[in-house]
Design a binder for this molecule. Structure first.
Ligand SMILES: *Cc1c(COP(=O)(O)O)cnc(C)c1O
Length: 399
């Protein structure tokens, strides 16, 4: 299989290579308050049989991938929740099972393989936390040097995890957007590869594997997928996977995708209705989907429109409640951003077909941010001095 890039805006085609990140023409007049212009998409050239290996659909050969457990995550049906909610075909695509506990590993492993293939060793990136710990972990396995730029507010577990993997970590005096700019300047001056989400075309390409897996695991594409959305890069990856399957003639329609955003970090949802992006400072405790200007916003929006996707926004309160309910009713402890997918599903469930195969992307583990998870539970403040005291306590558990 051969590959090239196509600019998602002007449709110019380019060769794959480490020097090219976005379409130079379209990126020339990039406005900082707008999503990226000139995002490049990988195009597969040629067809493939039904028994393809996922690696056949990725633009870097298998031999360059570090041998770590990334992707191939479980798709499972929470039976108690299915019964309670009346959705017999509800599934979790459980990406907490990846190497570093988040969906981001799908992008990191492809970037890592690409870096090895081109004989580079340094990788820099900005992150709200998961991309950093992910790249640091995958990079550690591959013997690569990873430098990360994080916003001040990054959850502690994510920074600890990144440091554990031996990455170099810098906190910037500002938010993710500033970290993003610093990381670009750093890569420009220091060389190596930049893994910024959406900017590096391999991030979207790596994330497409989730759709290929869903197709395999269900023996057909699901009807509906709920995607927690910040930058819109996972969303673009989900679409990319289904678009590849469509182009290869393996599926006939693109599933309905719901982009779930936090109410106060909802640039894509707003643009879905108004047609334009404006910078409004994001404010949500779901740090992984907190972003002022979504980098892959234009690209994600185009696809949502083209394939009749939907948007739904949820409040922080709904997210925290959904997080605790999800844990208590299914055994799955997801971080707030991932629980947002469940919150979004609950919010629109009346409009869904109950028999449909519905997949919630569970993008990150709850252990990555226990400070926010604490808001959904109450820790005992007193100790007990005998069992007698608690014999009459009720076991009250949601919902
Ligand atoms: C990064 C991330 C998201 C959102 O992905 P975008 O590409 O920014 O839309 C959702 N959930 C988790 C856990 C993440 O780490």
């Amino acid at each position: 299989m051969k590959y090239h890039y196509i600019c998602t805006d002007c449709k110019t085609e380019y060769e794959l290579g480490p020097a090219l990140m976005v379409c130079p023409d379209c990126a020339r007049s990039q406005d900082r308050d707008q999503p990226l212009s000139g995002i490049l998409e990988v195009v597969l050239e040629g067809g493939i049989g039904h028994d393809f290996d996922f690696h056949d659909l990725l633009p870097v050969e298998k031999e360059f991938f570090p041998l770590v457990p990334v992707g191939g995550t479980s798709l499972w049906g929470p039976d108690k929740l299915r019964l309670e909610l009346g959705f017999p075909n509800l599934y979790f695509k459980d990406d907490t099972g990846n190497l570093t506990g988040s969906f981001k590993d799908r992008a990191s492993i492809l970037v890592s393989a690409f870096v090895r293939k081109y004989g580079l060793r340094d990788i820099a990136l900005a992150s709200t936390g998961n991309a950093a710990s992910s790249m640091a972990g995958v990079g550690a396995a591959a013997g690569q040097r990873v430098t990360v730029f994080l916003p001040k507010t990054v959850p502690r577990a994510k920074i600890v995890q990144t440091l554990q993997y031996g990455a170099r970590v810098y906190k910037v005096e500002g938010n993710y957007d500033l970290a993003y700019e610093f990381s670009l300047e750093y890569s420009r001056r220091k060389g190596g590869l930049n893994r910024n989400t959406a900017y590096n075309p391999l991030t979207i390409e790596g994330k497409k594997t989730v759709s290929l897996e869903l197709y395999r695991q269900l023996s057909k594409p699901p009807d509906t997928v709920f995607v927690p959305t910040g930058d819109g890069c996972i969303l673009s990856g989900v679409y990319k996977g289904f678009k590849d399957l469509l182009a290869l003639g393996l599926i006939e329609t693109i599933p309905r995708v719901y982009a779930v955003q936090a109410e106060n970090s909802a640039a894509i949802a707003r643009a879905f209705h108004t047609g334009r992006f404006e910078r409004i400072p994001a404010e949500t405790l779901a740090d992984s989907i907190s972003v002022d200007v979504p980098k892959s916003g234009l690209h994600a929006l185009k696809q949502l429109k083209q394939y009749q996707g939907r948007v739904v926004t949820v409040s922080d309160q709904e997210i925290i409640k959904a997080q605790a309910d999800l844990s208590a009713c299914s055994g799955l402890f997801a971080e707030p951003a991932a629980a947002a997918a469940f919150a979004g599903f609950l919010k629109v469930r009346a409009e869904l077909d109950r028999e449909a195969q519905i997949v919630l992307l569970i993008t990150g583990s709850g252990l990555k941010d226990i400070d926010n998870a604490l808001k959904g539970v109450s820790v005992p403040e007193t100790t007990i001095s005998s069992v007698e005291e608690i014999m009459d306590d009720r076991f009250d558990h949601r919902p």
